[in-house]
Structure formats: structure tokens, C-alpha cells
Design a protein around this ligand. Structure first.
Ligand code: CMC
Length: 429
């Protein structure tokens, strides 16, 4: 292959398109001049082969099971770093120096409180509202409290202010959306606590009892957030970039990302996994039945937490999470039969030709729910936890997209509807 150009032959005519390469030897055919040169567009439903951007944030090699944030391997970051440091790395491109990290952390801690009127909006939701809906609505409502955030020409200092504010406030809003479901009074943030301890305190502290934060819980949560922090151009991140490309604000773009994450094929799968494992437990662990259902094309059931658009070997996050799950359960002395069911199901699926031939492996969501359960986080909050983790990635990608001055996201289509026809008025139909 001539690595500089690709040729496309339509009829007798040959067109040339430049080939562009990344730093990890990935190549793309740049078709930005395709329509003007040929009159054709491309169709790629689900964007399975389409690179929407060039990005310097996250590298994934799905065949080799590699995931790196800004060049650093995910397992090294999960072992040696913490969530706020990783957030800084993703958003600003480099690990912070000690002084920068301290300022960053202090700034985030300072902004954890949300306006009292946010509580009134929260009060308007029915108590059985799904916390993801509450989360996205309240994030969107922050535009009303910070109207300057709507200005598309904000300075980078002002944008950095919004970035810190939303990182600080999302755990507060998330914990409050959970308290709302239980009809419990909200707990205000305690700024002397670290990011994850503060979140746990706002979730579980009770007015009449002293709540002691278990450091194993806080540490496990911190690692889970790191593992979720970015994953290049997935459904929710692509949404954040497309919404932001219209010059919508950070709050509006992140709110859209939260909604995109909610679906069971994306972040909602972690809730789906536990519901599936509980269902299998209730059904006398009839694994065969559920494996058969997931393979049946006439049945909508899928093995939740299995398969990935990019990973065709293993999901490196799933490997780390599986180890954290058994460590957390052991150290807390929790014996959850659901972990045994998950391990058994994984072992059966990995020997089954259907899953092997399609390269379907456990993904990040397969074991994360088991840890959340051990941390007493209710099932409906699982996807909210994913959103807390993914926030730095959304912010980094939004910032990169705006700094690169990317054009508004606006795909083409091939129209397949009716051709021109005459309107017949109602009385003559
Ligand atoms: N159970 C059974 N069959 C499956 C599964 C599954 N979990 N996942 C994929 N397949 C089959 C699918 O039916 C198809 O078979 P065939 O070629 O015979 O038509 C083949 O595998 C390829 O699947 P696909 O749906 O074309 O692949 P995709 O890249 O469009 O979808 C996915 C990826 C993650 C949406 C899909 O694997 C899935 O629905 N998994 C279950 C939900 C899940 O765990 N989602 C979380 C993803 S990881 C967290 C995140 O980043 O969001």
C-alpha cells in the first residue's frame, strides 16, 4: 500500500484520498473531500468504520486489549494514581506537578456545594424517578445557575472554572438523587474528605447515626472511577462532542452524555448484569437456559456485560475489575453468590463456540456491579457511578474538540422515503 494515498474507483474514474496516520500506527482514509470530488457519501451505520476525529486523549488497541490514557497504561494508573490526578491528566494532557495537583484538588473541593434551589428542583421529581434521569436534568439545570457558561466565546480560564465546578458538583448531585429515591434528607458535602469518601458520606450518612467511611470502600470506588474515566469515541463521548460542536455549553453537553450513557447497550449494562445474575440465581442457576436465550436470534435477551465494539480479545478494564471484585469481597468478608454465578457464566461462555467465534468477552460492566453491590450502592445507581467516572473523559473530549475548532457534527444520509407527490386536501382523501 502506498501509505500516502488511497484510490477509489467509481466507474472508469479513479479518485485519490490522503491516508493519515496516528502515533500508534493506525491509519485512516481522509474522505473529507469525497462528496465534492465524487458526489457520493459513505454509509456506515453505527460508525463501525468511521473515525469521527483525531484525538490525543485515549488509545485503545482492541485486538491486543490495550487501554492507555495520554500514553499511560490503565493498570498502572489504577494501581498508582487516584481519580482526581487521572482527571487532570485526561483534561490537561500531563500528570500534574505536586503543587498543581494540590491547587486542582483544593479547587474541586471548594465547589462541591450546589445551589439551594437545585434542591427545590430535586423535590419536584417523583421519588421513584430513575437517578440517571434526575442526574441529567440537574446537570442541565446548572446552566440556569451559571448563565455565563452559555457563552460560546468564554475564555479558557472560565472554561476551566466550569470544568472544576462540574467535577466538584456531580458527586453531590448524584448522591442527592439517591437520597431522593429513599425520601431521605440530603447530606451536605464535607470538604475535608477526599473525593470518593465525600461521595460515600453524602450517600450513606444518617442524621441519627455516625457514618464511618470504610477506606476499602473509598479506595475501591476510586479505582473504579479511574477505570471508567475515558474510552475514546464511545456512544456517550461521541454525543458530548457532537452536542458541544454546536457550541452548546459544557453542562448541556455533559447532560446529553449522561442520557446517552443510560441505555443498556452502553453504561446501563452494569445494572443489566446484576439484574441478569439475580434472575439466573432465582432460576436455580439454570445457566444453559440463559446462554441459549442469548444465542437465539428470535430472543432479545443478550448476555449483559459481554461483548464490545472495540475489544476483540479481552477488555483490560474487566480483568482489573475482576481482581478488585474478589479483593473487595474478601476484605469485607462478603460472600456474594452472585460472584460465583458470574464466574461460572463467564467460564461457560468462554468455552462456547458462539462466544469464542464472535470474540465476545466480559466487558467493564460484567464485574463492576458486583463491587458496587458490596459497597451497598443500589442497582439503580450503578450507571450513575459510571457517569461519575466518565465525567473527566467527557470534559477532556469536549475541550479538545473546541480547542481544535472542529466543525459542527452533521452527518449525511441516503434518503429512502417517498419521491415528490401532490398534496391532496383532507376533504378529498
Ligand atoms: N450476548 C449474545 N450475543 C452477543 C452479545 C451478547 N452480549 N454481544 C454481541 N453478540 C453477538 C451479536 O448478536 C452478533 O451476532 P451475529 O454476528 O450472529 O449477528 C455479534 O455478537 C456481534 O454483535 P454486535 O451487536 O454486532 O456488536 P456491536 O459492536 O454492535 O455491539 C455491544 C457491542 C457491546 C453493544 C454488544 O456486544 C452488546 O449488546 N453487549 C451487551 C451489552 C453490554 O454489555 N454493553 C456494555 C458495553 S461495555 C461498556 C461501555 O463501554 O458502554
Amino acid at each position: 500500500m502506498n501509505k500516502k494515498n488511497a484510490e477509489l474507483k467509481i466507474g472508469d474514474k479513479v479518485y485519490e484520498f490522503p491516508i493519515i496516520g496516528g502515533t500508534e500506527s493506525e491509519y485512516a482514509i481522509d474522505i473529507s473531500s469525497l462528496r465534492s470530488k465524487t458526489g457520493f457519501v459513505t454509509i456506515d451505520k453505527g460508525f463501525k468504520n468511521t473515525g469521527s476525529t483525531e484525538s490525543g486523549i485515549t488509545f485503545i488497541d482492541g485486538e491486543k486489549g490495550i487501554l492507555r490514557y495520554r500514553g499511560y497504561d490503565i493498570d498502572e494508573l489504577a494501581q498508582k494514581s487516584n481519580f482526581l490526578e487521572v482527571a487532570y491528566l485526561l483534561i490537561y494532557g500531563e500528570l500534574p506537578k505536586t503543587e498543581d495537583y494540590n491547587v486542582w484538588k483544593d479547587n474541586i473541593v471548594k465547589h462541591t456545594l450546589v445551589h439551594e434551589d437545585v434542591k427545590s428542583i430535586l423535590d419536584g421529581f417523583p421519588s421513584n424517578s430513575h437517578p440517571m434521569g434526575v442526574l441529567s436534568s440537574l446537570v442541565s439545570s446548572l446552566t440556569a445557575f451559571y448563565p455565563k457558561s452559555l457563552d460560546p466565546n468564554r475564555s479558557s480560564d472560565e472554561i476551566n472554572g466550569t470544568i472544576k465546578r462540574i467535577l466538584a458538583k456531580l458527586p453531590t448531585i448524584a448522591a442527592w438523587s439517591y437520597r431522593k429515591r429513599l425520601r431521605l434528607p440530603v447530606v451536605y458535602p464535607k470538604n475535608e474528605l477526599d473525593y470518593c469518601s465525600n461521595f460515600l458520606n453524602m450517600m450513606f450518612s444518617m442524621p441519627s447515626e455516625d457514618y464511618e467511611i470504610n477506606p476499602i470502600h473509598a479506595e475501591a470506588l476510586d479505582k473504579l472511577l479511574i477505570l471508567h474515566a475515558d474510552h475514546e469515541q464511545n456512544c456517550s463521548t461521541a454525543t458530548v462532542r457532537v452536542v458541544g460542536s454546536s457550541h452548546a455549553s459544557i453542562y448541556a453537553s455533559v447532560s446529553a452524555g449522561i442520557n446517552a450513557l443510560w441505555g443498556p447497550k452502553h453504561g446501563g449494562a452494569n445494572q443489566g448484569v446484576i439484574e441478569m445474575l439475580e434472575m439466573i440465581k432465582e432460576d436455580n442457576c439454570d445457566y444453559k437456559k440463559y446462554i441459549a436465550k442469548s444465542k437465539d436470534k428470535n430472543d432479545d435477551f443478550r448476555l449483559m456485560g459481554f461483548g464490545h465494539r472495540v475489544y476483540k480479545n479481552f477488555d483490560p478494564r474487566a480483568k482489573i475489575i475482576k481482581n478488585i471484585a474478589s479483593d473487595v469481597l474478601n476484605s469485607l468478608g462478603v460472600n456474594d453468590p452472585v460472584l460465583d454465578i458470574a464466574q461460572e457464566l463467564e467460564a461457560i461462555a468462554l468455552k462456547d463456540d458462539y462466544f469464542v467465534s464472535r470474540k465476545l468477552y466480559p466487558n467493564v460492566d460484567f464485574y463492576s456491579g458486583i463491587i458496587y453491590k458490596a459497597l451497598n450502592i443500589p442497582v439503580q445507581m450503578f450507571t450513575v457511578m459510571f457517569a461519575l467516572g466518565r465525567l473527566p473523559g467527557w470534559l477532556a473530549q469536549w475541550k479538545e474538540m473546541r480547542e481544535n475548532n472542529e466543525p459542527i457534527g452533521r452527518p449525511r444520509q441516503i434518503y429512502t422515503g417517498a419521491t415528490k407527490r401532490e398534496f391532496v386536501s383532507l376533504r378529498n382523501r
